[in-house]
Design a protein around this ligand. Structure first.
Ligand SMILES: *Cc1c(COP(=O)(O)O)cnc(C)c1O
Length: 397
């Protein structure tokens, strides 16, 4: 009815791709021996280090986020080794299952679905692990299903306080390029991400950054898959093929180069501030909606809320009906609930990567129209509140 026009896909990945990123892929196949392509790949690796706040190694894979889970685990752990997985949502469980498939022993530490990982509980668990059986602690900085963001520096501090030498492995697939992240300053041993969320590039590339303690564990491994081995990818000495153990994902590289150019031009702090402000505009709208009716964000601590994705509980089957209304009648696609029961009560808003104030205000106003059209109870004045957040932030900078 009102959906003709440019649709907006507000799902938590793949995210909106900038026109310049799309245009960069519109070209013929290059010569993969062209030195310019090798130089561009080197520049991409350098800028990926900049983005993650590290001077250490980064391996690039033709892969999605799931593959980076496996790549990281396989390089440091053998079957029979044990990991502790901090669970704040569906994605941590998927990662844990990936570890089980590799024959790795998995212990889950559950924090529910509305709280971040608790550093105190991590510290006492590690203190109890006197003989150091736990080789790595796996945590999603943002779990994309719940929109919970855990405090990575606080978790590192807990590990240090326990005097435990497990590696800290952070999944930043949803958060990198949206939230502050400083791999080296925060003492993260391995960081993972993928191309299609904060990095605004089509799905299909995955990245694993690894520090010296992780590299040392890799050296002690006996059988490392040639394909997943991160060493030649991070330290190639024979041309472009080594970066990818075969043909490079040429058009993804052109796209990613442009995406990183956009990010460098904006600056990390400015990107983080934009995401933080847009997230606060969403929370302000939900606060008003929740004054009358079931709509709410179930993460009370604002410092534990993601700036890249928000999960909303709408009750009944309103999540599903509202999403259908916004998509079919207004051109706005929202994310489905993930790992929630019942799933139809939930929806998610992806606000990662190439998003600005008008896109978020448009999405919120469209949701508001859907709530009105469906006669769903909700507090009035949400758009006013969201606009106020943007206006105030524009004055204070
Ligand atoms: C999206 C996502 C993944 C999985 O990435 P895929 O590319 O879909 O395999 C893993 N972890 C987090 C936190 C994510 O947001």
């Amino acid at each position: 009815m009102f959906a003709a026009g440019r649709p907006h896909i507000a799902i938590p990945g793949p995210s909106v791709m900038p026109d310049a990123v799309l245009a960069a892929m519109q070209r013929p196949a290059p010569d993969i021996y062209d030195p310019a392509l090798i130089a561009m790949t080197e520049s991409i690796a350098a800028d990926l280090r900049w983005l993650a706040g590290t001077t250490h190694d980064v391996a690039l894979y033709i892969a999605n986020g799931h593959a980076t889970w496996e790549a990281a685990l396989h390089n440091i752990l053998a079957p029979g080794d044990e990991v502790l997985v901090l669970v704040t949502g569906h994605f941590a469980l998927g990662w844990a299952d990936m570890a089980r498939g590799l024959g790795i022993g998995v212990e889950l530490m559950e924090f529910g679905r509305n709280m971040p990982a608790d550093p105190d509980r991590l510290e006492s668990r590690l203190r109890a692990d006197g003989d150091g059986r736990i080789r790595a602690v796996l945590v999603c900085q943002t779990d994309t299903a719940t929109g919970i963001r855990s405090d990575i520096p606080a978790l590192r501090a807990a590990m240090d306080a326990a005097g435990h030498d497990a590696l800290l492995v952070a999944d930043c697939v949803a958060s990198l390029g949206c939230e502050p992240f400083e791999m080296d300053d925060w003492g993260v041993d391995i960081t993972l991400s993928a191309s299609q969320k904060g990095l605004m590039t089509p799905p299909g590339m995955g990245f694993v950054w690894f520090g010296p303690r992780a590299a040392a564990l890799r050296e002690r491994r006996e059988n490392v898959s040639r394909y997943w081995d991160w060493t030649p990818r991070a330290r190639p000495d024979g041309g472009l093929w080594q970066y990818f153990d075969g043909t490079a994902p040429t058009h993804h590289l052109y796209a990613l180069r442009v995406a990183l150019d956009l990010m460098k031009a904006e600056g990390r702090e400015a990107i983080w501030y934009r995401h933080a402000t847009l997230a606060r505009a969403i929370w302000a709208a939900v606060d008003v909606w929740s004054e009358d009716g079931p709509l709410r964000i179930e993460v009370p601590d604002r410092t534990a809320r993601s700036h890249a994705v928000t999960a909303l509980h709408a009750g009944g089957d309103l999540g599903e009906r509202l999403s259908r209304w916004t998509r079919e009648l207004a051109g706005l696609t929202l994310g489905v609930g993930l790992g929630h029961d019942p799933q139809s009560a939930w929806f998610r808003i992806g606000h990662m990567g190439h998003v600005n104030a008008q896109m978020i205000l448009g999405a919120l106003a469209t949701i508001e129209a859907g709530l009105q059209a469906l006669d769903a109870p909700h507090g009035r004045g949400a758009i006013d509140a969201a606009a106020g957040v943007i206006a105030t932030a524009s004055r204070t900078g």
